[in-house]
Design a protein around this ligand. Structure first.
Ligand code: GTP
Ligand code: MG
Length: 253
């Protein structure tokens, strides 16, 4: 649960844009000072663009951390195992922009790319996912744009997670801005599967037959992992009802 990776990715993306711009302006005959002004002026909106997403991630992360504390007081144990956040890197934004034929402006990118800020929340149990999602969405500064429940309706690959596309306000020097964040909530088992599947899917030099075979195998693994989640949930429910009835007994004495 830290922001170091975000900052690193942010700096890398800003750096790439600076290089692109420097290359562009170096073909023109500006003196050093003018060039510096152009570079700073042109980069400012880009830096602000990435900074906004970084701030939105901080807001969402804090909300989950607060809920984690609250839940751990009320129930035993923390519902959140870990939180991983990232701002989509420059190359991935550009690739998506080209793929989706989005005009090359910051406004168009902001409007059309929903996962520039991503927060992944890894929970212990499936019911923690829904409880955390409900609590987040109840907060009056959070706007729900879209829900995709790939737990109730898994993808054909076997992928499971609850996706919430939300907008969160960030308060800047002179303005309040709503920023979109894609929140993915999953269990440890769902995350284990998704991470391995992602690695395998992007492996190069695999034949079509092998890829088909692996896809079947992976979908099978996803189902096994889902049934493991449901058994773990049952274990927890049994444990909870046992503690509940013990405490009721004590109260009656
Ligand atoms: P795009 O981001 O443009 O693909 O559209 P979308 O956000 O509407 O798609 P979706 O709701 O499917 O969410 C995409 C994200 O979910 C990806 O970036 C992955 O993190 C995750 N995801 C979706 N399907 C899979 C899958 O089959 N395997 C794995 N490992 N991750 C998946
Ligand atoms: Mg996406």
């Amino acid at each position: 649960m830290n922001n170091d990776v975000n900052k690193e990715q942010f700096m890398e993306s800003a750096g790439k844009m600076a290089k692109e711009l420097a290359q562009f302006t170096s073909n023109m005959n500006f003196d050093e000072e003018t060039m510096l002004d152009i570079l700073n002026d042109s980069l400012m909106p880009v830096e602000q663009f990435f900074a906004n997403y970084n701030c939105a991630i901080m807001e969402i992360e804090t909300k989950f951390k607060v809920l984690n504390e609250q839940f751990s007081l009320k129930y035993d144990g923390n519902p959140i195992e870990s939180i991983h956040s990232r701002v989509k890197d420059y190359d991935s934004i550009m690739r998506k922009m080209i793929r989706k034929k989005i005009p090359r402006t910051l406004d168009a990118i902001e409007e059309n790319i929903n996962d520039i800020a991503g927060v992944r929340v890894i929970c212990s149990f499936v019911d923690d996912i829904y409880r955390l999602a409900d609590c987040l969405l109840q907060q009056d500064d959070i706007i729900l744009i879209r829900t995709k429940d790939y737990i109730k309706n898994p993808k054909p690959t076997g992928y499971r997670s609850l996706h919430l596309l939300v907008a969160v306000p960030i308060f800047l020097e002179n303005e309040k801005k709503l920023v979109k964040v894609e929140v993915q909530l999953r269990t440890i088992a769902m995350d284990f599967w998704a991470s391995l599947e992602h690695k395998i899917r992007y492996k190069k030099n695999i034949s079509k037959e092998m890829l088909d075979k692996l896809s079947h195998e992976l979908t099978d693994c996803a189902n096994i992992s889902a049934s493991l989640d449901s058994r773990m949930q049952n274990v927890r429910n049994l444990l909870l009802s046992e503690t509940q009835s013990k405490s009721n007994d004590r109260r009656e004495m």
